[in-house]
Design a protein around this ligand. Sequence first.
Ligand SMILES: Nc1nc2c(c(=O)[nH]1)N(C=O)[C@@H](CNc1ccc(C(=O)N[C@@H](CCC(=O)O)C(=O)O)cc1)CN2
Ligand SMILES: Nc1ncnc2c1ncn2[C@@H]1O[C@H](COP(=O)(O)OP(=O)(O)OP(=O)(O)O)[C@@H](O)[C@H]1O
Length: 208
Amino acid sequence: MSDSATPSKATSSGIKPSKQQLRRQIRAARRELSAYRQRLASRRLCARLALCPEVKRARHIGLYWPMDGEIDPRPLLERFPHKCFYLPALPRAARTTMMFLHWPGTTPRYRNRYGIPEPVLGRSSAIRAERLDLVLLPLVAFDPSGARLGMGAGYYDRTFAFKQLRPGSGPDLVGVAHQLQCVDHLPVEPWDIPLTLVATDHRVYRSR
Ligand SMILES: Nc1nc2c(c(=O)[nH]1)N(C=O)[C@@H](CNc1ccc(C(=O)N[C@@H](CCC(=O)O)C(=O)O)cc1)CN2
Ligand SMILES: Nc1ncnc2c1ncn2[C@@H]1O[C@H](COP(=O)(O)OP(=O)(O)OP(=O)(O)O)[C@@H](O)[C@H]1O
């Protein structure tokens, strides 16, 4: 039996769900987790991350403000008070890349077009994606080889596309998720950026 949870069972029926169906199923399963389960998962994830050498050696770390049942990476800040943390800011122009803005741990007042809190450029210092040491990426589904399915807008793929041209450059990319977001296999698109590893509340998947 695989250790992926409910949504991947759809694949064992022989009928392959489309990306859209998979997104719907997994997002719904994630939203149903109780507040208690969410807190436990977040604590377990952060304990696991804190042991990863990539996280230990990183000084400038991008993470995200969780929404829609996503696992919460923010307790990492308390574990590493001497590291610098950044949140992504959506690009103003369509189809361009995200910036990362310094985040001291307080709740930003500004909300982007999806209602996600973001620090404000001009008030928080910005860092280019290339200059970060490590980024924790939200995702909707992943597979054990490190393939990632996101929300479908391509923000992370576009922002880290430079890594395809210069392999080994830029930050380590670490997908983070609840264990129930693991599926047996995801198709890889030409623009998908490979993740260094995926960490869940249950385990770490290293693909390279
Ligand atoms: N917490 C978090 N922050 C993130 C992402 C993410 O996945 N999670 N992103 C990852 O790229 C970027 C934002 N991408 C997003 C893409 C779609 C939706 C979303 O809610 N879409 C709605 C439709 C909304 C609309 O059409 O206006 C939906 O699918 O229900 C949210 C964020 C940057 N910040
Ligand atoms: N490097 C890139 N350059 C141009 N367009 C891109 C690039 N990467 C992705 N896209 C576009 O973004 C769209 C969404 O991609 P995809 O469905 O893989 O997003 P996602 O990884 O699920 O979303 P996100 O990264 O926002 O969480 C694709 O249709 C593709 O056209």
